[in-house]
Design a binder for this molecule. Structure first.
Ligand SMILES: Cc1ncc(C[n+]2csc(CCOP(=O)(O)OP(=O)(O)O)c2C)c(N)n1
Length: 373
């Protein structure tokens, strides 16, 4: 395994000292090390932003930035990779550090399988050279920098599971609210009307919701678990809400997920479905992949909701406030945004959904079919 400080030192020695990207579970140790030790580090809303940010950095400095991402984020990068930094357009060098979820022949969740199988093929199609990271990291970084001397184009380093030694984030920004995300979910799930349609976001929110249904001896058919496609659960909920105008449709979102594709708020606000209920469980962090801070520390979701034409906005952080405002949330006309502020952190023994994604979809569609429009 590679020590994060040694890898980081080698990058700095190679004059790579600008870092940006979206955190990933396989990269959580090196991301945490960068968060603690680099002053030139920006966590971006999505991975495409990071490519463009590193491009701007290069334009201003003639230096090479490092963009880190989970391979699922390649989807968000294809456009700036092909139409901005590619050799046939502006020809801009960037070092990519890509976490390889869903590596073939390794057990992983359904949302990682396809992207895991095609990650290297995508890079080949994009004509981006790559190396899979191993203990010879010095040689691999050297190969990348040699490439950058000849070519102005991205080079990728692929990171398998357990490549980096453990590093725990020191620079922890701590909130002091009453609940964790799971505790807040425990409080609010019984408050939904029995027939409520729920779309939950990527990461531990969906995993906790799944376990909570089991704990409460309920089925899972009312919940669509957005296990992948981070940032898109509210668009899924919007598609349902406009097709089921007489039923409340709830999206349980995360701060990192909303920020990733925040443009959707303008679509929701201008489409204006009265039955659209948007809940943000805001823990100010990418909690599911290591707890790195999101931009939630510096922005105001309530003002953003208002400015995007949501009809009402609510916020709560204590048990009393949550229970009281949840009633208002249920009965008020949407689109309505309700932010619940919580602390980051999750149970070590949190499981994963035990029904397949396709079964989840079938059960959910049957549930929607049986409910009146
Ligand atoms: C496109 C994409 N990039 C990165 C990830 C990795 N990822 C999974 S969950 C998550 C964090 C989500 O943060 P937030 O919405 O705030 O929810 P929290 O985990 O804090 O509950 C990230 C970055 C992903 N699944 N997809």
């Amino acid at each position: 395994m590679i020590k994060c400080d040694e890898f980081f030192k080698e990058l700095i020695a190679s004059d790579i000292n600008f870092f940006c990207g979206v955190p990933d579970s396989l990269l959580k140790d090196i991301c945490a090390f960068i968060t603690d030790n680099s002053i030139n580090h920006i966590i971006t809303a999505n991975e495409g932003n990071a490519i463009a940010l590193a491009a701007g950095y290069h334009l201003a400095t003639n230096k090479i930035g490092l963009v880190y991402l989970q391979n699922s984020g390649l989807g968000n990068c294809i456009n700036p990779l092909t139409s901005l930094v590619d050799k046939e357009v502006y020809s801009i060098p960037i070092l990519l550090l890509i976490g390889w979820r869903g590596e073939p022949n390794k057990k992983d969740e359904p949302q990682h399988k396809k992207i895991g199988r095609i990650t290297l093929k995508i890079l080949e199609t994009l004509e981006i050279p790559y190396r899979v990271l191993d203990n010879n990291f010095k040689e691999i970084i050297k190969e990348a920098t040699n490439y950058f001397e000849k070519e102005n184009h991205p080079f990728a380093i692929i990171v398998k599971e357990k490549t980096f030694e453990e590093y725990r984030l020191k620079n922890k920004k701590q909130t002091n609210f009453e609940f964790s995300r799971e505790e807040a979910l425990k409080l609010i799930v019984p408050l939904f009307e029995k027939e409520a349609i729920i779309v939950s976001t990527t990461g531990k929110t969906s995993r906790e919701l799944f376990e909570l249904r089991d704990l409460n001896k309920e089925g899972h058919e009312k919940d669509f678990l957005t296990v992948g496609s981070m940032g898109h659960s509210s668009s899924i909920a919007l598609g349902i809400a406009i097709s089921k105008p007489n039923k409340n449709v709830y999206c349980i979102d995360g701060d990192g997920a909303i920020i990733m594709h925040m443009g959707v708020l303008s679509t929701i606000g201008s489409t204006g479905p009265k039955n659209f209920k948007h809940l943000i469980i805001n823990n100010f962090a990418h909690d599911s992949v290591g707890g790195q801070p999101t931009a939630a520390w510096n922005i105001d979701f309530l003002k953003i909701g208002k400015a995007n034409n949501y009809k009402k906005i609510l916020s709560a952080e204590t048990k009393e406030e949550i229970i009281k405002k949840f009633k208002e949330f249920k009965k008020s006309e949407g689109p309505i945004l309700f932010e619940i502020k919580v602390n980051k952190g999750a149970r070590e023994n949190l499981g994963r959904p035990t029904i397949s994604t396709v079964q989840n979809k079938k059960d959910f569609m049957n549930f929607l079919k049986s409910s009146i429009n």
